[in-house]
Design a protein around this ligand. Sequence first.
Ligand code: MN
Length: 423
Amino acid sequence: MDKITEYPLKSWLDVSPGSDFPIQNIPFGIFKAGLASPHATTRIGNTVIDLFSLAEHGFFDGLGINPGVFNSPDLNPFIKLGPPYWRSLRNQLAVLFSEGNTQARERISGTTDVLYNATSVQMLLPVRVGDYTDFYSSLEHATNIGIMFRDPANALLPNWKHLPVGYHGRSSSIVVSGTAIHRPRGQIKPANSESPVFSPTRELDFELEVAFITGKKTALGSSVSTANAEDHIFGMLLFNDLSARDIQRWEYVPLGPFLAKNFGSVVSPWVVTLDALEPFRVPGPVQEPEVLPYLQFTGNHNFNIQLEVFIQPEGQAEFRVCHSNYKFMYWNLVQQLAHQTVNGCNINVGDMYASGTVSGPDPGSFGSMLEIAWKGTKPVKMPDGSERSFICDNDTVIMRGYCEKPGLRIGFGEVSAKILPSV
Ligand code: MN
């Protein structure tokens, strides 16, 4: 088990108060400095650390890790090594960068190819995503959608409390934070029109989600139990499931979302490990009725992750439109993975599983504009006097996530996406 988070370790690298990246975090990502090829990296404070260079300098000798796994445009070769290696690397990094390690400090400070300022590098998509699933696991979100679009008295469909509803999404359009997305065009059917029209979406929305990444391959025909599920999970990141509501409304019956959700799904660049999140485990909501045996679990598998969404109109300050929490999720990640595989569906290293919109009980914690502005009936007043029922062209949507308790903050950084006009 990981020990980094259990004692008040400090780093010789500068970590400002409120930083998402103290030495207890040690998330993983892929970065590129200038014209150099991309390498695996971690981050402490505002310092981005080249793991390939550290390995080449011999700092990971004895861990049994081939330095080549870090010389890669994605984390998949490293992830493939398995949980004992993820853990021993995190522990070794904590040793190298802890305050008292003056020897490592001198040696590392003497290199020119290990430490970079976070603002001087480019962060890339951290994994090569094989398959992508989007769940629908927030009770509050599913209830809100049911009230708005179906029947307030029967907001949840009959299956909802018996299985984690999900659909298979598209991985090719998952992109890293900072990627600008053009407003998508497609078929929409205006309420006053007999037939559909072709138009840029008029209802562009975000969905505030947290995704986990699988780190172990399974064979077709095998299943992952709730008891073993966390051994198959490498870590988590923030996920903005951009959605075109009008396109979605016209296309989704009977097979679910299609072009309304595959024009750009934006993720944060740092993968935070479950080990780093360990101090923030909390019980989830009580599940009633009782779920089938394959979905039952022991222990706490919800995490207290504060989640925020900001809209930043062009040239203006960010304005917070949502403050939610991952702890509200009705279905947890071990149930999601057990359900995904219960039929024998195989999984691969680098697959991504998004939670579904994370809405909480209060209107201030709703995780999409559809809910926040309640189908356009309660538009958000922006500081400049303008209103938002959905996202406007040239708005930037920024999501942040962090866990906090006295003396410890483990953050995800942010996922940011600017919306450009339709092409
Ligand atoms: Mn979604």
